[in-house]
Structures are given as C-alpha cells and as structure tokens.
Design a protein around this ligand. Structure first.
Ligand SMILES: Nc1ncnc2c1ncn2[C@@H]1O[C@H](COP(=O)(O)OP(=O)(O)OP(=O)(O)O)[C@@H](O)[C@H]1O
Ligand SMILES: [Mg+2]
Length: 317
C-alpha cells in the first residue's frame, strides 16, 4: 500500500491512454466492472492510499461527468439516492462528493469489505449478470432489450428462491429504484451476498441515481422490464405487484412490500434536507417527489380494492 495524493488520484481517474473513452468522453481504469472511470482506494488513518501488496481497497471512487454534460449531476443524485435509501430502511454504503485536485468524484464505501483491527477482509458478492451466467462482454446483455438469454426480474428472483431465500428484498429494491427514477437498474447493478447460514440476500443499494428529470440523457425506459413494461412513466404500483406475483410472491405480501417501501420513500423525502445535497437541483427533487407520491397513492388504492374484494368474497366450506 502506498499513500495517494490528490494529484495521484486525479491522474488515475482521468488519464489512461490505453483504454477507450466512454460516452461522456471519460476513460476507464480499474478492475471493477462498469462504465464510469473509477479507482479502488484504501482509507487509512493517514489518508488515502493505493491498495497493493495484499492490501484491499475500502472505497470506490468514480469520476463525475463533465459540468456541461447531461450526466453532470449523476454523482450528486447518487449520493442523495443512497441517503434516501438509508432513510427508507435500506442498507446503503456511505457516500460523499470529494474533489481530487479539481476532479469531482463520488466516494462510496465498499459493502463487500469487513474492516477489523486485524485488517480488511473480503465479503463475496456476485452481481446479477454473474449469478445468471450472462456474458456481458456485449454490454447490452445486462439490459433486457430483446434477443435471447437476457436478464429478467423473475430470473433474478429465482437466484434467491432457488436457494430457499426470500425474494422480498429484491422487490423492495426494484420498487425503490423505480420510484426514484433510476433507468439504469440492469443486471450488474444488483448484487447478492451469502449469509453465514448459506442463505442469500440482496446486497445494499449501489450505483443508483435520479435520471427522470434529465430526459435527454436516456430513452425513459427501464433497464429491465417490470410486468412486461419498460416505460418508466407507465409502470404503476400494480405492475410492481404483478411482477412480484410472477416470481412468485403471494399477492397480499407483494402489495404490502410495495406499499411500505413507497411510504417509507415518501417519508424519507419529507425528512431529507436538500441543503445536504447542493448538487441536486429542484427539478430532480420534484420529479422524484411526484413519482413517489403517485406510486404510493396507487399502491394504497390497490390495497383498498384488494381488501374490498376479499371482504365480498363468499366464504366457502
Ligand atoms: N459500494 C460498493 N461496494 C462494493 N462493490 C461495489 C460498490 N459499488 C459498486 N460496486 C461493484 O463495482 C461495480 C461497478 O460499480 P458501479 O456499478 O458503481 O459502476 P458504474 O461504472 O457506474 O457502472 P455502470 O456500468 O452500471 O454505469 C458494481 O457492478 C459492483 O459489483
Ligand atoms: Mg454499475
């Protein structure tokens, strides 16, 4: 391990002539998958260090997009989404914005590490594409965009149910990310962790941002369909429930999970202070607020309809 100055980190994030530039004109340099240029660093009492010689990174640093691009605020909304997630009851790594000699980046604590006095250890994580055995050399394969052998929420839920683990956490995550307007929830943006008893759980929330306030950055379609739909504005609370019923989660339980997740998000939006996230604009907050309110109202209406239906159902026997 060797100490890394701001300049070193900036250089790692911004200069890598051997790798091609991404759609934002940035270059990628790390063994971590994903499109954004990123570097793994170790936080020590003396500051940032480059892992090496057996030492593991404790944090992931991702470079923000240029100030004049459509993705300029993505790292800011990512920090805000992780804050919202934590407030809404999810596990979410701590994250903040930091500038390395002028290179603005998001720093995210690694959830696949355990930091103890003896040192830093690994926690095995497997992302959705790995768990399904998808070859994502073709980057489109992590999305569900026609073709064969593509991810679906049903197949990803089966990773849990096939191991006798509950898929409820996956429904919570799909509901939350849909409500905040994350169009990039593809198979590599969900991960699975194994508990000591052998069961599997969904990893903490990561790589999630608000996208719907910036329509020019995407086509308004979800990365993976929800109940056969991909139009982010048309996917309703009932679609989240119907999707989960196909995994299968019993309808009443699915309904409860969706309604509770949305309600918690609405409360989190009430509680969060926008001044903690100066890089997130009014429009971004408004769009998320509208989505959460609409979906939450829909889910409560569906719950009422279900209760009525059950009350009026004749008792057999
Ligand atoms: N906080 C974290 N702790 C542990 N592993 C993480 C964390 N955040 C991301 N990862 C891992 O690193 C990979 C790349 O990170 P991330 O998804 O944030 O990058 P990205 O470049 O934004 O990806 P994309 O291609 O989806 O835009 C993830 O697929 C995940 O496996
Ligand atoms: Mg990612």
């Amino acid at each position: 391990m060797r100490p890394a100055s701001e300049g070193d980190i900036r250089a790692l994030l911004t200069s890598s002539p051997d790798v091609k530039a991404d759609i934002y004109g940035r270059v990628s340099r790390t063994s971590l998958p994903g499109l954004q240029p990123k570097v793994g660093l170790t936080l020590t009492p003396a500051g940032w260090a480059l892992p090496g010689g057996g030492a593991l990174s404790t944090h992931i640093v991702k470079l923000g997009a240029g100030p004049d691009t459509v993705a300029a605020d993505v790292i800011d909304t990512e920090v805000a989404v992780l804050d919202l997630a934590r407030r809404a009851g999810f596990e979410a790594p701590r994250a903040w914005i930091e500038s390395f000699a002028g290179a603005r980046a998001i720093v995210v604590e690694r959830f696949d590490r355990k930091v103890a006095e003896e040192g830093v250890g690994r926690i095995h994580q497997e992302d959705g594409a790995q768990a399904l055995g998808l070859n994502t050399e073709d980057l489109d394969r992590k999305f569900q965009r026609g073709g064969r052998d593509l991810p679906s929420w049903r197949a990803l839920a089966a990773v849990l149910t096939d191991s006798f683990s509950e898929p409820d956490g996956l429904l919570r995550l799909v509901t939350f990310k849909h409500a905040v307007g994350d169009v990039d929830f593809h198979a590599k943006n969900v991960s699975f962790l194994r508990r000591p008893d052998g069961s599997i759980k969904v990893a903490p929330v990561y790589d999630s941002a608000m996208h719907m306030h910036e329509p020019s950055g995407h086509d308004g379609r979800s990365a993976i369909e929800i109940n056969g739909k991909s139009d982010m504005d048309a996917i309703a609370a009932a679609d989240l429930v119907a999707e989960a019923v196909s995994w299968p989660i019993p309808e009443r339980r699915a309904q409860r999970i969706v309604a509770q997740t949305l309600e918690r998000l609405v409360v989190a939006l009430d509680e969060i202070s926008p001044s903690d996230h100066p890089g997130v604009g009014d429009r971004a907050w408004r769009v998320v607020r509208d989505r959460a309110d609409r979906l939450s109202a829909e889910s409560l209406k569906t719950a009422k309809t279900m209760t009525k239906r059950n009350v009026s159902r004749p008792i057999r026997g």
